[in-house]
Design a protein around this ligand. Structure first.
Ligand SMILES: [Zn+2]
Length: 143
């Protein structure tokens, strides 16, 4: 579940408290227990609500190593995608600058490191730079 339900209403609607955000492996549903008040991660007493995380250096290293993946992709894939979307955002600027399109701009936050291209000199600098060539080279290597 992408967005777990954060609150729990109990005692006939008289008590509203935080709900445990743990997910069941078996039923794929959210835990129905109230979260421990002092829990940083909104977990109940069965799902580690009192845990304060790893204390030893090796425990912290193990947790850091285990969090290198987001779902099925690694941080390296995310960085590469961010670079590609940066190139796409600049190409969109060039398209609007040269009146190739009058479509709406892409909504949402711009990629990291984005600076808008406002004139043709900046567009030429971008196109002559190696940003485009780098993307092509990395795609060619992957195949
Ligand atoms: Zn729970």
């Amino acid at each position: 579940m992408a967005n777990p339900i954060k609150t729990l209403v109990t005692a006939g609607g008289r008590i509203i408290c935080l709900r445990c955000t743990a997910m069941s492996k078996r039923t794929k549903q959210q835990c129905r227990a109230p979260a421990v008040k002092t829990s940083r991660t909104n977990k109940c007493r069965f799902h580690g609500g009192r845990s304060t995380g790893p204390k030893s250096a090796e425990g912290k290293a193990r947790i850091a190593a285990s969090h290198i993946k987001y779902g099925t992709e690694t941080i390296a894939i995310r960085i590469e995608r961010s670079k590609s979307s940066l190139v796409l955002a600049k190409l969109e600027d060039i398209m609007h600058l040269t009146n190739m399109t009058n479509a709406c701009r892409t909504k949402g936050r711009k990629p990291n490191g984005y600076r808008p291209i406002r004139n043709t000199e900046e567009a030429w600098l971008f196109m002559l730079g190696d940003a485009l060539h780098r993307v092509k080279a990395s795609k060619g290597r992957a195949k």
